[in-house]
Design a protein around this ligand. Structure first.
Ligand code: NAD
Length: 495
């Protein structure tokens, strides 16, 4: 496999080397401290371009620029249809540069092109969906008494701080940036420190649209520095966050000091429930995709598999057979058809490796995988763990690698009880040919999204997405998301 890896020369110029700058108020600047953060190609372990290590001073400059842009009539009084046209221009520019942006993400954080291509296609669709909204966000006339006129206005919040993860930089950003702009907010973006390059390139591309300077600002840097400064800043009205549950709790705590609104898209430990009447071959493929895609670094990854006891052996055989064949064998993220790339960073590789050791120490049986894959790059062999119990840490904690556990259930009640036995509630999949089993189980699962006989299909536009329990607060997509980026003002007039 390692012979197939590309050489460093094949990666796009933008990521290959040098020091990138960040965009504040329409200017390209280094961090005030002059410090930078390195990036490493996780497939080759070669160094890539560095990004500024922004801190509190840079965040403050970006928030001030965003506030100025928010008050500037050029943006504040822009007609809704013009704002919609700008969102369509952003969709156009993303579409035109989709290949470049997808490649940057694939090189920067190791996601296969299959994954980044899908994210970029969804990104432009998200901007197109939200381009239709500025003309349709309005308040209502509220009946009061005959000599009074009561009505409401839907107004933007102000400056929105957007913080998100490295596992899908161009996947997680549009579902926040597009509604924020559609509603008339201005934004400060803080991408993950190990996945910032595509956002910096996108910010360059936004300069070719009619978006006024300062409406979108980017500060790169560490979570504990730039991230905290953004969450704590008194002039930021809202934080839209995607990341781990632990960080999300911290963000909510910090944001509460200035009573900011927060939406949180957090971690998961999503179950797949496979009934005996399912098309088992289809289920094996769907379940495998659920923990192999993006090397398991997906918030909705299928990490706990529950199979009905009567078909356990048959399903296990089909699943291991599926895992051993293409496209589930790890490969270079830039090679067409690769589904499993490397883990994104050395830290992530070490973390997942330590969970593999822990699984054995806790008494789990490694059915397949359990080790590093190859000898170069941060590849982990996709791993299936059997003989697990619900109290094991590998069953309870989000590993964020290509690792799943498998156990059995007897009937619907048992399946639902086991699937819901988790602090998380982001997603689930149900595999059955019975219509009534499918809908009954979907209703009883504590998860923000339930897929039936499929996994991972998303719509960044009109389908709501978000977590139950400790997987998050709020929804992205759909009608609900606009409430998360607007506030309602009541006006009462004495006639
Ligand atoms: P993370 O929480 O470590 O980091 C996410 C972002 O938060 C990064 O930009 C980071 O710099 C920033 N950050 C870190 N500490 C901070 C702090 N103290 N204050 C402010 N910002 C801070 O998460 P990650 O490792 O980058 O991403 C993986 C996690 O994200 C997983 O748990 C995954 O399930 C979750 N995720 C959730 C969704 C979803 O939509 N629910 C989608 C993708 C990923």
């Amino acid at each position: 496999m390692t012979e197939m890896l590309r050489t460093h020369r094949d990666v796009p110029e933008f990521v290959r080397g040098g020091d990138r700058l960040m965009s504040i108020g329409g200017q390209w600047v280094p961090a005030a401290s002059g410090q930078t953060l390195p990036n490493v190609d996780p497939a080759t372990e070669e160094p890539l371009a560095s990004v500024p290590r922004g801190g509190a001073a840079d965040v403050d400059a970006a928030v001030r620029a965003a506030r100025r842009a928010f008050a500037d009539p050029e943006w504040a009084d822009m007609t809704p249809d013009r704002r919609g046209r700008i969102l369509n221009q952003i969709a156009d520019v993303i579409e035109a540069h989709a290949e470049e942006l997808a490649t940057i993400d694939s090189v920067n954080m190791g996601a296969p092109r299959l994954v980044t291509d899908t994210m970029l296609a969804e990104a432009s669709e998200a901007f197109r969906y939200f381009a239709g909204w500025p003309t349709k966000i309005f308040g209502t006339h509220v009946p009061t008494t005959g000599d009074r006129l009561g009505y409401t206005r839907k107004e933007p919040l102000g400056v929105v701080g957007v913080i998100w993860g490295w596992n899908g930089p161009m996947g997680q950003l549009p579902s926040k940036l597009a509604p924020a702009l559609a509603a008339g907010n201005t934004v400060v973006l803080k991408p993950a420190e190990t996945g910032s390059l595509s956002t910096l390139r996108l910010a360059e591309l936004l300069e070719t649209t009619d978006l006024p300077a300062g409406v979108v600002n980017v500060v790169t840097g560490l979570g504990a520095e730039a991230g905290e400064a953004l969450v704590a800043h008194p002039d930021v009205a809202k934080i839209a966050f995607t990341g781990s549950t632990a960080t999300g709790k911290h963000v909510q705590e910090l944001a509460s000091r200035t009573l900011k609104q927060v939406t949180l898209e957090l971690g998961g430990k999503s179950p797949a429930v496979v009934f005996a009447d399912a098309d088992l071959r289809q289920a094996a493929r769907g379940v495998a995709a659920g923990f192999h895609g993006n090397a398991g670094q997906a918030c909705v990854a299928t990490t706990r598999i529950f199979v009905q006891d009567s078909v356990r052996e048959e399903f296990l055989a089909l699943l291991t057979e599926t895992m051993a064949a293409p496209p589930f064998v790890p490969g270079d993220p830039l090679t067409p058809g690769t589904v499993v790339g490397p883990l994104s960073t050395k830290t992530q590789f070490d973390r997942v490796s330590s969970y593999l050791d822990l699984a054995v120490a806790e008494g789990a049986r490694v059915v397949t995988g359990g080790t590093r894959h190859g000898d170069r790059g941060y590849f982990v062999a996709p791993t299936l763990l059997d003989d697990t119990t619900s109290d094991m840490r590998v069953v309870r904690e989000e590993i964020f690698g290509p690792v799943a556990t498998i156990s059995t259930f007897t009937d619907v009640d048992d399946a639902v009880a086991q699937a819901n036995d988790t602090d998380y509630g982001l997603a689930a999949s149900v595999w059955t040919t019975s219509l009534s089993t499918a809908h009954q189980v979907a209703a009883r699962l504590e998860a923000g999204t339930v897929w039936i006989n499929t996994w991972g299909e998303m719509s960044t536009g009109n389908l709501p997405f978000g977590g139950y329990k400790q997987s998050g607060i709020g929804r992205e997509g759909g009608l609900e998301v606009l409430d998360a980026y607007t506030q309602t003002k009541t006006v009462l007039v004495a006639l």
